[in-house]
Design a binder for this molecule. Structure first.
Ligand code: NAD
Ligand code: UDP
Length: 314
């Protein structure tokens, strides 16, 4: 049994990770400032003896004693990370410095939830870990993209300079229960719009692509990476290589919800990447991992989650 700190533990991915690590018998300390996290995401294990939650902003130092740290704190949806871009960069950079400093003091192993956004609008397709990316340093997405890139730099400098045990995962678009209904990300938006009978907001023509991974698969990959031998640092891509256009996603959601919603076109946000697909050769080799959940099965579970959530709110 290990003592494990999860920053951003009340968020979408964090809450699933807390649940899985508790089920494996570990002690979990969830640290969250509840910016996009919700108590309802962690309600089902809030009173378990092995679980503890602390309201704290990782931009400030934290003094705790644990064996492992998963650093997930950071809003992930463009709507939320662009709402207070300075805070987004602070969370990524100051937050990483604080968590790395903590890991150094207590000699803990530390995992970083990095992102496919480090590749920006990629000129290489599919994206391999060796690709350095195509990122606008001064655009509306830069607070997140460059913040996460700087965090990766910090992780590798702590590794080289202080011999820290690091694990860096580049996570591609992931979806599932516990996303916020007003999260702004495409799958949650489309499902909630379809269930309410509202217009489906397609940004641009919908020809841009993404590759969507169901949350259970991703959490499995994260834990596998954390448990690799110390010489494996990453970065490792984690995501589902099945690529879809956003227009296809809109159609699929309408079909699966049986909705009468109409698709309407909205302007494409600035710097919206045109394509994205992970090359997961490295994850297959190092982690013996690949996604198992088919898009239709993951969408069915996610639609059911939002259907229940909207019903409870009536
Ligand atoms: P989320 O917004 O649901 O969760 C982020 C959590 O971090 C929230 O609980 C939020 O309250 C908390 N948080 C934000 N700033 C904080 C701060 N300064 N101090 C403490 N807590 C703070 O997002 P998510 O989808 O669960 O993403 C989790 C991590 O994974 C993020 O770091 C994100 O960049 C990364 N990631 C996610 C995806 C994805 O598709 N979900 C893709 C790539 C990377
Ligand atoms: N998108 C869309 N309608 C929405 C929300 C998003 O067409 O209501 C598009 C968005 O422009 C992008 C894709 O869906 O091309 C994925 O957006 P998301 O915010 O989920 O993730 P990211 O752009 O960060 O990959």
């Amino acid at each position: 049994m290990k003592r494990i700190l999860i920053t951003g533990g009340a968020g979408f991915l964090g809450s699933h990770l807390c649940k899985k690590l508790l089920a494996e018998g570990h002690e979990v300390l969830c640290v969250d400032n509840f910016y996009t996290g919700r108590r309802s995401n962690i309600a089902e294990f809030l009173f378990e003896p092995s679980f503890e939650v602390l309201r704290h902003d990782i931009c400030f130092p934290l003094y705790v004693e644990v064996d492992e740290i998963y650093n997930l704190a950071c809003p992930a949806s463009p709507v939320h990370y662009q709402f207070d871009p300075v805070q987004t960069t602070k969370t990524s950079v100051h937050g990483a410095i604080n968590m790395l400093g903590l890991a150094k003091r207590i000699k803990a192993k530390i995992f970083q939830a990095s992102t496919s956004e480090v590749y920006g609008d990629p000129a290489v397709h599919p994206q391999t870990e060796s690709y350095w990316g195509n990122v606008n340093p001064v655009g509306p997405r830069s607070c997140y993209d460059e913040g996460k890139r700087c965090a990766e730099t910090l992780f590798f400098d702590y590794y080289r300079q202080h011999k820290l045990r690091i694990k860096v995962a580049r996570i591609f678009n992931t979806y599932g229960p516990n996303m916020l209904p007003d999260d702004g990300r495409v799958i949650s938006n489309f499902i909630v719009q379809a269930l309410k009978g509202d217009d489906i907001t397609l940004f641009g023509e919908g020809s841009q692509t993404r590759s969507f991974c169901y949350v259970d698969d991703l959490i499995d990959g994260m834990i596998r990476l954390m448990n690799t031998p110390d010489d494996i640092t990453g970065p490792v891509n984690l995501g589902n290589p099945v690529e879809n256009s956003i227009l296809e996603m809109a159609g699929k959601v309408i079909e699966m919800t049986g909705s009468s919603s109409k698709i309407i076109n909205k302007p494409l946000p600035e710097d919206d990447p045109t394509q994205r697909q992970p090359d997961i050769t490295l994850a297959r080799e190092l982690l013996k991992w690949e996604p198992k959940v088919k898009l239709e099965d993951g969408l069915t579970k996610t639609i059911e989650y939002f259907r229940q959530l909207l019903k409870d709110r009536e």
